[in-house]
Design a protein around this ligand. Structure first.
Ligand SMILES: *[C@@H]1O[C@H](CO)[C@@H](O)[C@H](O)[C@H]1NC(C)=O
Ligand SMILES: *[C@@H]1O[C@H](CO)[C@@H](O)[C@H](O)[C@H]1NC(C)=O
Ligand SMILES: *[C@@H]1O[C@H](CO)[C@@H](O)[C@H](O)[C@H]1NC(C)=O
Ligand SMILES: *[C@@H]1O[C@H](CO)[C@@H](O)[C@H](O)[C@H]1NC(C)=O
Ligand SMILES: *[C@@H]1O[C@H](CO)[C@@H](O)[C@H](O)[C@H]1NC(C)=O
Length: 257
């Protein structure tokens, strides 16, 4: 009688626990699958690819790894992000060789200058006060732009060049993407005093040295891959453990019956 009760108890415990065990087993798999949370980041690159005239900007986003940062930031940020994407025409009207002259660090700065750490619609552009901070920083601190806007247009001034945005490629919190037909020029890279940042001073070297650690390479991609496989290894081991426990419980019950 006592043993019958015990087995009954164990059986109900098992029934009670089994959804938990099954959940524990499947949860890592679910986490790997693209959920709704990762739609945004996927969209970001997709939006630009769909536009098909942002290939240079896409290439820079990738080579500087700023694209990845944007994706990460979008997942967490409570403020959202605004991206001003220069067209391929905008890049081709730069002086030839401009991009190649820049170090990795300077290319990152240029790309980040096109990203505002906040979601702006045409409406919120009007509420903001100048200067507006960008994601870029130089030796002088955060690089800024000035924005003047009306209900369906915003004019942007960097101090070196001006452009205006008239339509959004995408605008839905947390992300706004606008097309610009000029590359926004950060004063420290394009201004009259920019020569010093182009010259190979020890300062310049330090800059590109520090970015080379961050710069995209097959190495860092390999790292990410091993990270992934390690994570799934752990998940797999977790799954085996729950199967084992399940097995023990079953054996225990069989013994008692
Ligand atoms: C996202 O948020 C988590 C927890 O709040 C934090 O640990 C992580 O560093 C954040 N990631 C980014 C990219 O900000
Ligand atoms: C933007 O600039 C254009 C031309 O420079 C001007 O006509 C327009 O009024 C400006 N718009 C705003 C909102 O400042
Ligand atoms: C940006 O706006 C601020 C504040 O109105 C002004 O002091 C500054 O000169 C402007 N800069 C440029 C480059 O237009
Ligand atoms: C660049 O980095 C290498 C190794 O990380 C170091 O040996 C070298 O001194 C650095 N050069 C500069 C200019 O910082
Ligand atoms: C910095 O980059 C330039 C080319 O972009 C390279 O010639 C130089 O060796 C690099 N310096 C360091 C310290 O890595």
């Amino acid at each position: 009688m006592a043993s019958f009760q015990t087995s009954n108890y164990l059986l109900s415990l098992l029934i009670f626990l089994s959804p938990l065990l099954i959940t524990a087993k499947t949860a890592p798999v679910v986490a790997d699958a693209p959920g709704p949370a990762s739609d945004g980041p996927l969209d970001f690159i997709g939006i630009l690819e769909k536009g098909s005239q942002y290939t240079t900007f896409l290439r820079l986003l990738k080579s500087t790894q700023v694209g990845e940062q944007v994706v990460n930031q979008l997942e967490n940020s409570s403020e959202g992000l605004t991206v001003m994407a220069p067209t391929d025409n905008a890049f081709s009207s730069l002086k030839p060789g401009t991009l190649n002259k820049f170090t990795n660090q300077q290319q990152s700065e240029l790309v980040m200058y096109h990203i505002l750490p906040k979601y702006y619609s045409f409406y919120t552009f009007q509420l903001t006060s100048n200067p507006v901070p960008t994601q870029a920083t130089s030796e002088e601190g955060t690089c800024t732009i000035n924005i003047t806007s009306s209900t369906n247009q915003a004019n942007i001034s960097t101090g070196i060049d001006d452009t205006s945005i008239t339509n959004a490629l995408y605008s839905d919190f947390p992300l706004a993407v606008y097309s610009v037909d000029k590359v926004l020029m950060p004063p420290d890279l394009f201004g009259p005093h920019s020569a010093k940042s182009h010259s190979a001073t020890s300062n310049g070297n330090k800059k590109n040295n520090s970015t080379s650690a961050l710069s995209p390479s097959s190495d860092s991609e390999a790292d990410a891959d091993t990270g992934d496989s390690k994570a799934s290894g752990v998940a797999f081991r977790g799954a085996s453990w729950s199967s084992l426990i399940l097995g023990f419980l079953f054996m225990g019950i069989l013994n008692l019956l």
